[in-house]
Ligand binder design. Sequence first.
Ligand SMILES: *[C@@H]1O[C@H](CO)[C@@H](O)[C@H](O)[C@H]1NC(C)=O
Ligand SMILES: *[C@@H]1O[C@H](CO)[C@@H](O)[C@H](O)[C@H]1NC(C)=O
Ligand SMILES: *[C@@H]1O[C@H](CO)[C@@H](O)[C@H](O)[C@H]1NC(C)=O
Ligand SMILES: *[C@@H]1O[C@H](CO)[C@@H](O)[C@H](O)[C@H]1NC(C)=O
Ligand SMILES: *[C@@H]1O[C@H](CO)[C@@H](O)[C@H](O)[C@H]1NC(C)=O
Ligand SMILES: *[C@@H]1O[C@H](CO)[C@@H](O)[C@H](O)[C@H]1NC(C)=O
Length: 642
Amino acid sequence: MPSIFRLSTAGLILLSAFQQSVQAMGLRRGQENIVVIMTDDQDARLGSLDVQTYIQRELIAKGLSLTNHFATVAQCCPSRTSWLRGQAAHNTNLTLVTPPGGGYDKFVATGQDEDYLPHWLKAAGYTTEYIGKLMNGYSLATYSPKPKGWDYTDILVGPYTYEFNNVVMSENGERPVYYHGYHQTDIIRAKALDRLQRLIEKDEPYYIQIAPTAPHQQSDGPAVPCVRHMWTHLDARAPRIPNFNPKDEFQNQKPSWLRDTPLLNQSVLEFTDWQYLSRIQSLVGIDEMVEDVVELLREKGQLDNTYIIYTTDNGFHIGNHRQVGGKGLPYIEDVNIPMIIRGPGIPINVSSTIPSTHVDMAPTFLDIASVPERKYPPFFDGRSLLPEWKAAGNLSSKASSGKEIINIEFWGRVNNAGAPDYMIPSPIYAYKTLRIVGEQSSWLYSRWCDGNATELYNTIDDPYELTNLALSPAPEHEKLMARLNGLLLVTKSCSQESCRNPWTVLQADYESSTSAGKMFTNLEEALDTRYDDFFRNLPPVGFQKCMNYLFTPNEGPFYPPESISLGSEYRRPTDNFPAFATNSTFTPGNGAREGTAAQRHATLAEILKRSRSLTDAEMGTSIICGPPDYCGNVYITGIRVE
Ligand SMILES: *[C@@H]1O[C@H](CO)[C@@H](O)[C@H](O)[C@H]1NC(C)=O
Ligand SMILES: *[C@@H]1O[C@H](CO)[C@@H](O)[C@H](O)[C@H]1NC(C)=O
Ligand SMILES: *[C@@H]1O[C@H](CO)[C@@H](O)[C@H](O)[C@H]1NC(C)=O
Ligand SMILES: *[C@@H]1O[C@H](CO)[C@@H](O)[C@H](O)[C@H]1NC(C)=O
Ligand SMILES: *[C@@H]1O[C@H](CO)[C@@H](O)[C@H](O)[C@H]1NC(C)=O
Ligand SMILES: *[C@@H]1O[C@H](CO)[C@@H](O)[C@H](O)[C@H]1NC(C)=O
């Protein structure tokens, strides 16, 4: 027997020293570290992950990929807020990237920054840090004080958030710093590695979120990759899948403004392919970032007690349904997003169809942190995914009732990203959408604000969402739509248990209206003809008109009536909150495109040498920017505002 196992006094001392060093290495049970890498606007359906070879090899092949993970609102700021608060957008009421619908000002004004993920993890003993893009509206006017809850922040500051060669960030709410001569991806990588080193040295579990801007477009065109990647993947072009620039026969089945989009011509298609290539190339830099992060964790012996999560805020379309490139549609390209997990107890090289959303992430993180469920905030609309992640390798474990129902919502307009010459801004629109993501049946059902237009797609038979069955519905589709309308009536204003299992609400009403005992707890059961009248008599989901924020009187009826509170008991009121902008002078930025091969391993020390604080003129003076006329994320003559 080796001497270490002999229970002599010396051995005990050795063992306890070993335990201490295990502690020092962070190998404690039940409070694993969490490293999140969240990109901006990355698709799951158009092949963007294919070029990320390190992620393929070290995360996908050594972890779990969730093929049915969804953003419940296909816009950055609302989706990120849902991640951070564990609530649907209709309950955070952050429904757009700019005021009055959303933005960082609204997040703060409503007090939601006093009660969100970093506070909860901190209370559980975690160190919490954030590097990169937080959300729209964190800007020269709002950077200080730093966002609450985080032990450390170093956040991209608007109007520079989307500039790849003109990077301005604020560390802990200090005066913003301009980083000359480096590409944003290299800067964020170096900063993330520096923070991770420090976190590893501390004896506390940690949550760090690393959020680069790629592959989001710049303000004046597609994403700008690191120079060293501009010769890679030159043959990449936007996938010509069946819903790419479809014929009139299909386009005519869409709601009105989409229906009126002309067929994309040759010059638009060329732009689209350039945009696709730029995105792909920008993601190669992100792959390197992930590589360095994971290799650092490996080198420090942290892979076995760290969850590494790779995801994005929302998806992206390019040419699909004739939209040049952007997000904000209910279709699969915009809402189905990458979600890859590697970590302790997570199955290896498994792809799972278990449905889930970003609303589920906050409870999942608290579960990882061993926070008991009774200590969760009362307002979570999702549920922890951790047990399902761990069981995902077990083919016989199936998604149970309610989980296959995905509520998706939107207010705003499609922003045909970075396409100045082909910018066809859509009118303002909104929709309420349900996705049923079942093994046997799978549907996309939407009600739009204009004329209450309806869509129904069978997403098993018609995965590209081209044949709208609501236009001249067969009797079985009428019957189905009555059920989906009933569900959507609940999910569009659901909270907590009614989000996790909307059938319970309808069930209770059905039971009280009849003496019948039989319950429906899933779509198949609800389709029984005995419930025809019940569902037919429910009011239709609809809007009075199209608006780019959630105005309650516009969205009735509410079901049940008390659901009209829409999360307001858990935040301050959101009417007429103040928003700010500055009249700053824009810094010129890098003369050349950066991200050379020589900068591949640039250290933070090197990067800091060429950095400087913004000047007073570059800082500008804060101006109040509404209410009532919010400046928004727009250019005003002589003033650049975000
Ligand atoms: C991962 O799974 C895929 C599909 O099941 C298989 O083709 C591949 O060889 C596996 N890779 C590894 C590294 O096990
Ligand atoms: C897989 O799931 C089934 C059904 O829940 C269960 O009986 C079985 O023990 C599980 N197997 C493993 C390896 O977890
Ligand atoms: C192609 O379409 C765009 C956007 O509709 C338009 O601006 C452009 O003039 C068209 N180009 C040609 C060659 O028709
Ligand atoms: C749309 O539906 C709402 C709610 O049912 C209704 O009040 C409104 O009149 C409808 N609008 C149109 C144009 O049908
Ligand atoms: C949501 O925000 C809008 C815009 O600030 C406001 O008008 C509306 O009353 C809010 N709705 C709720 C339910 O808080
Ligand atoms: C910004 O506004 C302040 C206060 O109104 C003014 O003093 C300053 O000159 C303005 N700066 C620019 C660049 O317009």
